[in-house]
Design a protein around this ligand. Structure first.
Ligand SMILES: Cc1cc2nc3c(=O)[nH]c(=O)nc-3n(C[C@H](O)[C@H](O)[C@H](O)COP(=O)(O)OP(=O)(O)OC[C@H]3O[C@@H](n4cnc5c(N)ncnc54)[C@H](O)[C@@H]3O)c2cc1C
Length: 431
């Protein structure tokens, strides 16, 4: 197997693709415009702190990413494993029990606090409703419509379903696809206790998979060109040539375009003959995510590594000190569009600090250090009926990979790596 493959983008999708190809002896070159690996899941160095561009969580159901972590030599210690826990200080606590489904949820609901019995029964009712329809719902429904159809009380929607929906789909319930939400529930909460486990990275997001993936490539003759942006894709009779490739004479039998959707359109268009596909990708709506880091000093510890926050703007707070990070470093996450977007960086920091004090019901030290990072196009908005592209393009040998490709799931690390390994499999099948 000698055909060489170029992968554009060293995010989780591009690196998953490259790892799978290199494992099978394919000569692979990865181009990454940044000097940091990981794309939308990467480390950021600020004022001597190493933080992520955004706090991420993984689920036990991320089977493909888990396989790749094992393959590239990742250690289980890189992930803090916790049973699915919804803890909103002073309001509710729900933790899935270490039992087979559906007992893990039933037992969790039995011992939950802060949830009315009506809400507990309604939550089980929702899972029954979805099972009855085999997790296939009207593709035009939003999650809000699903809630109405399954007769979910408004308290339960507010306390449980809304935060879960925005965490999983990065889209508010009024706009989010009920079918994709049902898929996520099917493969996590309705599967087994292990699939619904929360995995919080204890290392930074570049160190979690991209760096081990790069090492894996290096020992298999793979090339990784960081700080190298591909400007255009050109078709020649001998194969693809990439503008920006320092080895100007190199031709590739296949190219995998593994950039974020907002970078893919222009590169596709440069190859010619892909205008409709490029327009489809450019039209995908996007949602932001803001992560506000507050270094509050070693004495500050949250009641759990991850807690829910009830009264905005942040929906979740993570205690990085309990997940391998600096003690007292708290990451507050605001998902999807909202009024908070008009706030300045300082106002965001103040709003998150005030919210934490209010919800923890205690005074907190002033931040020793703080940072707010907004990813304006963190994920696509996961709405009903959204048309997402597949991995094939109209040009033989030119493939797509990325979290936005057609799949049962929203934009996640798992959908990114699945798309990457699917592109690799398609190339290997055709080779
Ligand atoms: C703040 C935030 C929080 C998130 N939280 C979660 C979470 O909790 N759980 C979860 O599963 N997912 C989460 N996600 C989503 C997850 O990060 C993405 O789905 C995933 O990282 C996408 O990977 P990708 O490889 O498809 O794309 P990207 O990560 O965007 O990778 C594309 C790469 O291509 C490179 N590139 C672009 N143009 C060029 C070019 N011309 N030449 C060379 N290289 C180029 C980019 O620099 C980038 O490195 C979150 C995302 C963000 C932003």
């Amino acid at each position: 197997m000698t055909a060489s493959v170029a992968v554009i983008g060293a995010g989780y999708a591009g690196l998953a693709c490259a790892v799978e190809l290199a494992r099978r002896g394919v000569q692979v070159t990865v181009f990454e415009r940044s000097h940091t690996l990981g794309g939308r899941a990467r480390v950021v160095a600020k004022d001597g702190h190493r933080i992520d561009n955004g706090q991420h969580i993984l689920l036990g159901a991320y089977t493909e990413l888990s396989r790749l972590l094992r393959l590239t030599g990742g250690t289980p210690k890189a992930l803090e494993r916790r049973p699915l826990t919804l803890h909103i200080p002073g309001r509710m606590h729900l933790q899935a029990a270490a039992l087979p489904a559906p007992l893990h949820l039933a037992a969790g609901l039995l011992f939950a606090s802060g949830l009315a019995w009506r809400d507990r029964l309604a939550m089980l009712g929702m899972m029954r409703f979805l099972k009855r329809c085999r997790f296939l719902v009207d593709p035009a429904w939003t999650v809000a419509e699903l809630m109405r159809e399954a007769e979910q009380p408004s308290t339960l929607v507010r306390q449980v379903w809304e935060p879960l929906c925005v965490a999983a789909l990065n889209t508010p319930v009024a706009e989010a696809s009920a079918q994709v939400f049902a898929n996520v529930l099917r493969d996590s909460l309705a599967a087994d206790a292990a699939s619904s486990e929360l995995l919080i990275p204890r290392v930074d997001l570049s160190e979690l998979f991209p760096v081990p993936a790069a090492r894996f490539l290096a020992v298999r003759r793979g090339k990784l060109r960081t700080g190298t942006a591909v400007e255009a894709i050109e078709r020649t009779p001998e194969g693809f040539r990439l503008e920006g490739d320092p080895t100007t004479r190199q031709r590739y039998a296949h190219v995998v375009l593994a950039t974020a959707p907002h970078h893919a359109g222009a590169l596709l268009a440069s190859a010619g003959g892909c205008d409709r596909l490029a327009a489809l990708i450019d039209a995908l709506p996007a949602e932001p995510i803001t992560t506000i880091y507050l270094a509050l000093g070693e004495t500050v510890r949250l009641p759990h590594p991850m807690i829910g926050l009830a009264d905005g703007p942040a929906q979740w707070a993570f205690d990085r000190g309990q997940c391998g990070g600096k003690a007292g470093l708290i990451a507050c996450v605001i998902s999807a569009h909202g009024p908070y977007e008009s706030l300045s960086r300082d106002e965001l920091v103040l709003a998150a600090h005030t919210q934490l004090e209010r919800e923890l019901d205690r005074r907190l030290p002033a931040p020793e250090w703080s940072q707010a990072i907004t990813e304006k196009r963190a994920t696509f908005a996961c709405r009903p009926g959204l048309v997402r592209p597949g991995l094939r393009t109209p040009i033989p040998g030119l493939w797509l990979a990325g979290d936005y490709l057609d799949s049962p799931y929203p934009a996640t690390l798992e959908s990114a790596v699945r798309s990457g390994t699917a592109a690799a499999a398609a190339i290997l099948r055709g080779a």
